[in-house]
Design a protein around this ligand. Structure first.
Ligand code: BEZ
Length: 212
């Protein structure tokens, strides 16, 4: 069954490059990114895992734990990780789930049979502190993901979980945000003391509320 926004993220127990985990215990009250890659010892996946390792401090700053997954066994993961450091200059610094029986891939609907019957697509799930799904992305095997974009989305998710705002197209942290439609102009005056500009009655922009 497809995993949709707002669904509870399925818990799982699995072997990883950091040893066996219970996903919920490992995650605790943090945010998490669970992402699948199709296969070990493949070129795009190698670059992706190096890119995520490089960005780990950015995920840490945002209280986001990162975990990768492929259907390959853990001994294959252990043999492959040296290549990630060799090629990208960034050693693996987060766990990689081994999912040879595809239990996790099936629970998260990461195998799309019309793309491949045997390996996962490039799925991304951002999971909130409440263990609910906040974002899903699906890329084909042939396209590596932009993990800077994932950080940008997490900034938006974290901001909009704390304030009644939305972020516009191509928003970057520090830029103006949009006041939620269910906030009246009257309420907006008190909730957003920096003021707002109504470009349309339904499009009111205000400075990012958690910035000085
Ligand atoms: C890759 O990571 O390059 C890849 C993985 C699976 C199929 C095709 C390409």
């Amino acid at each position: 069954m497809a995993i949709r926004l707002g669904d509870v993220a399925p818990n799982f127990k699995a072997d990883t490059t950091d040893g066996p985990i219970d996903f919920y215990d490992w995650k605790g009250n943090s945010w998490a990114v669970l992402f699948s890659h199709p296969k070990d010892f493949t070129p795009v996946c190698t670059t992706e895992l190096g890119a995520v390792a490089k960005l780990k401090p950015e995920f840490d700053k945002r209280n986001v734990k990162v975990i990768g997954l492929s259907v390959d066994p853990v001994d294959s993961h252990h043999k492959w990780v040296g290549d990630i450091a060799d090629v990208t200059g960034h050693a693996l610094n987060f766990p990689l789930v081994a999912d040879p029986d595809r239990a996790v891939a099936t629970a998260y609907d990461m195998i799309h049979p019309n793309a491949s019957e045997t390996v996962t697509v490039r799925s991304v799930f951002v999971i909130g502190p409440d263990n609910k799904i906040k974002l899903t992305l699906t890329y084909p095997a042939s396209t590596g993901r932009n993990f800077q974009e994932l950080i940008r989305v997490i900034d938006s998710l974290q901001l909009t979980s704390g304030y009644s705002v939305a972020t516009p197209a191509d928003w970057k942290p520090g830029e103006d945000v949009i006041i939620a439609l269910n906030v009246s102009d009257e309420d907006a005056k008190t909730r957003f003391p920096k003021g707002f500009v109504a470009k349309k009655p339904y499009l009111r922009v205000t400075p990012q509320p958690d910035r000085g």
